[in-house]
Design a protein around this ligand. Structure first.
Ligand SMILES: NC(=O)c1ccc[n+]([C@@H]2O[C@H](COP(=O)([O-])OP(=O)(O)OC[C@H]3O[C@@H](n4cnc5c(N)ncnc54)[C@H](O)[C@@H]3O)[C@@H](O)[C@H]2O)c1
Length: 319
């Protein structure tokens, strides 16, 4: 198979990530066949994608006439079998449940033709764990997208022990075709690359909040306006070079024993989880939200990400 032979892709699981992955492929003019085991989730797919696309129109990232054309390329299917019929690339974005993913990959192996690439969007489980037992494990791969997937450019690509080199190459080419930046990860370590760094940061951030070192608002503002701004332009390794490795090492040696290092979940998080406060999806998390404030903040977030991508594309062209 070549990347040019991929015309139709399937997305299984249409929640936070799946609907946005479907949108990303449809915006790049692929036909996208979709399935979710919950009917109401499937029914709301076009409405959710339409909302995202309108925000992109408002941000000047796409034209109004692209909206309906993109929606027309997305087909909601009544069954998993119908969704993956005659497609050349499938990605799952179902819940983070290893057994459910393993069972799904076994079904996908039986339902798809030998050339079809089957991908997982798991944040944690390597493809060798979720699809390693397939006879067709050579065409299974992990592609880890970031939220919102129709905007964030990087996708981590993590081949398993049995993944064919051609599967990895075609997957990276496919992602480039749709405007993404695939980053190939060479080892199947838990959390891959980005989530390891993110969780290391969150452990300290949650600890600072728990200790009352600053308010939630001030913690977010401090990180956003310093590290956050720099990281949009330079990677952490290059930032260390600009700061001076000698200085970084001195600060590291002084600070490292002071940082949170245990593996206990922070009580301020556990209490919220116990109360069912999961963030925007329940209206309350670290902050409190109304449906209107979520819609407003999500629109602002997407517009800000799009403007940053636009600004950074100039920087990337110049460097
Ligand atoms: N949320 C994120 O920021 C994020 C980022 C990167 C990766 N991921 C990973 O992506 C996957 C999906 O995460 P999410 O946040 O979109 O979850 P979600 O709960 O929002 O959506 C999952 C969807 O899958 C559906 N589903 C569950 N089992 C199914 C099955 N067998 N067949 C069809 N549909 C099924 C559910 O009905 C639900 O709509 C997870 O593996 C997660 O770890 C999430």
């Amino acid at each position: 198979m070549t990347v040019e032979s991929i015309q139709t892709v399937a997305v299984i699981g249409l929640g936070t990530m799946g609907h946005g992955i479907a949108q990303a492929f449809a915006q790049a003019k692929f036909q996208v066949r979709c399935f979710d085991s919950i009917a109401t989730v499937s029914h709301s797919l076009h409405q959710r994608v339409r909302g995202n696309l309108h925000q992109m129109v408002d941000a000047g990232a796409i034209h109004q006439e692209d909206v309906q054309a993109t929606l027309d390329r997305i087909v909601v299917c009544q069954s998993e079998a119908s969704a993956v019929d005659n497609v050349q690339f499938v990605t799952e974005a179902i819940a983070e449940d290893l057994l459910a993913k393993q069972e799904l990959f076994l079904r996908l192996e039986a339902l798809t033709s030998p050339g079809t690439i089957v991908a997982s969007n798991s944040s944690m489980f390597p493809i060798s764990q979720s699809a390693g037992e397939l006879k067709a494990a050579d065409r299974a791969i992990l592609t880890h997208w970031f939220n919102p997937p129709y905007i964030i450019p990087v996708v981590e690509v993590v081949p398993g022990k049995k993944t064919a080199e051609s599967t990895t190459d075609i997957t990276c080419q496919l992602l480039r075709t749709i405007g993404k930046h695939p980053v190939r990860i060479h080892q199947e370590i838990p959390g891959f690359l980005v989530n390891r760094v993110q969780i290391a940061m969150l452990r300290e951030v949650w600890d600072l909040l728990e200790q009352g070192v600053a308010s939630a608002e001030d913690i977010d503002e401090a990180i956003r306006g310093s590290m956050g701004l720099r990281l949009a332009s330079l990677g952490p390794l290059q930032i260390s070079d600009f700061a001076g490795l000698d200085i970084c090492c001195k600060v590291y040696e002084q600070l490292i024993t002071e940082l949170r290092s245990d593996t206990q979940l922070h009580s301020i998080l556990q209490e919220r989880i116990d109360r069912g406060e999961y963030g925007t999806k329940t209206g309350r998390g670290i902050y409190t939200y109304t449906p209107e404030s979520i819609e407003h903040q999500q629109a602002q977030r997407d517009q800000c990400y799009l403007a940053l991508i636009q600004a950074l594309s100039h920087q990337n062209k110049e460097s």
